[in-house]
Design a protein around this ligand. Structure first.
Ligand code: SAH
Ligand code: SF4
Ligand code: F3S
Length: 483
């Protein structure tokens, strides 16, 4: 998962950070979990910069080490515990070093973390980052500090994030926080609190600012972007009649108007809330990228019911049909959980048949991991044996591999407008970027630069990457390029 797009990938380490001059004390920050956490880290760096901290990429010179953590699955938390083990030796040689835990694990475990992990000085939940300067001062004075208060209002709307991805081409914009859905397997409502949307004006202003700084792609972030709403309450009652109501479709329209050369992506959609209106707005504008991440979790309606997802297999397939009807070429990816409580072999087959019907471009696939306090933990037995979960997951992964390859073949042979992101991972002489479908395209860089749009004619491919050559705009037009 690149910093700049896509969805959850637990424990992807976001060590990339720019050095921000000014402060005398050094902060080393690592981010784990989803894009939301990476976006929050940029807010944390901004708040701590004002409190005299500059960031460093060099852990050894840090005065303060912060881990922005994830609780989504048990192994996400285990990884943090291992990381803390490794930090212990560092702290021995540098007794003044302070260590803090931010994010979802901080929120889930609160002061219990101080008991369990003796080297931790600071525990701060996702809604309490404004309090960091005060908390950091406390720990500098030798105390331990905790703030895990959740908020119904906090959106950090006016805080200007310090961008930690040094390429300067793609950026996240957080449009809402929290989640009200209560999917029975999920810890997020406990770690991130109630859903709240951010002022659309501040979102559009952030997009303008990014464009002016040279960014050419933004990803609008929320756990359920389809339920974004401004100036209207959960019951649909308008708060201020003099102001317009802004839902996700309108918000996308507003952000798409910032500039035709600013690509807009979003994550994550929820099948129960995704409207045709959103799809129609997407279809109208080339800069609204033709890519939707629509987590299915399971292909079986009974399992979906136990998951409390709020839709059936048929409903989900109807949403897929709507996407195909309104944007026939739109790429679709998903999240799948293998071996949820009570999942029978037949129900697992239902997931495989769902995959065969949709043929996802890409998927994030997980074994079910029971999380404390969730509905599933309280109500259902985690009864699919670990080995069987692994077997089912392997089957899902193998099938997805076939579909991903198939999709690459479909995309191969065409010419695309590609946003250049920077050097290719394999060969620094090549550049890589993405087409509208979020597929990686690699090509010899020629005269192109990161942050520019180029036209690439695809000439070969690997199972998941398109490889091509630069062509002129006139050639691309003649070839009927995909914008
Ligand atoms: N808000 C997004 C997803 C957030 S969590 C949505 O509703 O789609 C990202 C993914 O992690 C989920 O889609 C799910 O597939 C997976 N996940 C969440 N809780 C999990 C658990 N307890 N065990 C395994 N996977 C889980
Ligand atoms: Fe978790 Fe469901 Fe909310 Fe996604 S929508 S964050 S899976 S509770
Ligand atoms: Fe993890 Fe929290 Fe995101 S639990 S997936 S970091 S919202």
């Amino acid at each position: 998962m690149r910093p700049g797009n896509h969805t959850i990938d637990e424990a992807r380490q976001g060590e990339a950070m720019e050095s921000r001059s000014g402060g005398s004390r050094k902060l080393y920050l690592e981010s784990y979990g989803c894009q939301m956490n990476f976006s929050d880290s940029e807010i944390v760096v901004s708040i701590l910069a004002d409190a005299g901290y500059s960031t460093t990429k060099n852990e050894a010179e840090a005065d303060l080490i912060l881990l922005n953590t994830c609780s989504i699955r048990d192994n996400a938390e285990k990884r943090i515990r291992h990381r803390l083990q490794r930090l212990k030796s560092g702290k021995k040689s540098k007794p003044k070093l302070k260590v803090g835990i931010l994010g979802c694990m901080a929120e889930r475990l609160r002061d219990q973390l101080l008991e369990e992990e003796k080297l931790v000085d600071l525990v701060v939940g996702p809604d309490a980052y404004r309090d960091l300067p005060r908390l950091v001062e406390e720990i500098e004075g030798g105390q331990k500090a905790v703030n895990t208060l959740l908020s119904r209002e906090e959106t950090y709307a006016e805080i200007e994030p310090v961008r930690l991805d040094d390429k300067g081409v793609t950026a996240f914009i957080s449009i809402m926080r929290g989640c009200d859905n209560m999917c029975s397997f999920c810890v997020v409502p406990f770690t991130r609190g109630r859903e709240r949307s951010r002022d659309p004006q501040s979102i559009v202003a952030e997009a303008h600012d990014l464009f002016d700084k040279g960014y050419r792609e933004v990803t609008l972030l929320g756990q359920n972007v389809d339920s974004y709403k401004w100036n209207v309450d959960a019951k649909g009652i308008v708060k201020n009649e003099a102001e317009p109501v802004v839902r996700f479709a309108q918000l996308m329209g507003l952000v798409s108007e910032v500039n035709p050369d600013l690509r807009v992506r979003f994550s994550t959609s929820h099948p129960k809330d995704m409207t045709d209106e959103v799809l129609e707005v997407m279809a109208k504008k080339d800069n609204l990228c033709k890519y939707i991440h629509l987590p299915v979790q399971s292909g079986d309606s009974d399992v979906l019911k136990r998951m409390n997802r709020g839709y059936t297999r048929e409903w989900y397939l109807d949403r897929i049909a709507a996407i195909r009807r309104i944007m026939p070429d739109c790429a679709i990816s998903t999240d799948i959980i293998a071996g949820f409580c009570g999942e029978t072999l037949e129900q697992h087959e239902g997931t495989l048949s769902m995959m065969n019907e949709v043929r996802y471009e890409m998927a994030y696939m997980f074994k079910y991991s029971e999380r404390p306090r969730t509905l599933a933990e309280r109500k259902f037995e985690d009864d699919v044996p670990e080995e069987e979960k692994s077997r089912r997951l392997a089957e899902i992964i193998a099938l997805q591999k076939v579909h991903s390859k198939e999709r690459t073949t479909v995309q191969f042979g065409k010419t695309y407008r590609v946003l250049v992101e920077g050097p290719s991972k394999r060969n620094p002489e090549d550049f890589q970027g993405r087409n509208t479908y979020n597929s990686v395209v690699v090509f010899p860089k020629g005269e192109s630069k990161a942050g520019e749009y180029v036209y690439v004619r695809t000439t070969s491919h690997t199972p998941v990457t398109l490889i091509g050559e630069l062509v002129s705009e006139a050639e691309a037009k003649a070839e009927g390029y995909i914008a």
